[in-house]
Design a protein around this ligand. Sequence first.
Ligand code: SF4
Ligand code: SF4
Length: 167
Amino acid sequence: MGLEVLENKYKLYIKKYPGNISRLQTIAHKIAAVQCSMRDLLDGITSGVCASCEHPCCQCMPVDGWFTESDYFIFRMLYEAPFNLRVPHDSETGCSFLGSQGCVLPKDIRPYPCVKVNCKVVTQQLEAGGKAGQFNRLYDELGSLQEQVWSLLSEFLSSNVLQAQSS
Ligand code: SF4
Ligand code: SF4
């Protein structure tokens, strides 16, 4: 989903559900702490394996990150809209937040699909370094925080779907 669409949805959401903002902010800070710990585990691995990857995951679809509404609303709890972070590049399939040194989004709040790590090579490296258990615990923690976000957004998202279906 494009950033402009997400930003419009975010503005609509905070107008419609102002009572949910402080709860979302609290969750966003917890997500940031978990993502930082995950990133600490991953940095030592991705800096080595991603440079030589034949099919880099950040270059496989022309998207503004893998932001969904829930990722984006959480991002906006801590940061301004990331329009000016988009990196101009020639790759037709590259993510717009992919810079020459990797992702330019803040390391503590990236889209959930970017953090889940469905990469065999990275998983193997985590296991080889004895860090898979630690990573999986953080992953579960992130998943449970993500569920809390979904529950705060569910009414809004389902009403959006109903609206789209009736138009
Ligand atoms: S995370 Fe995995 S798929 Fe993505 S660039 Fe690195 S090695 Fe490649
Ligand atoms: S990690 Fe960053 S560069 Fe890669 S797909 Fe996600 S947002 Fe884009």
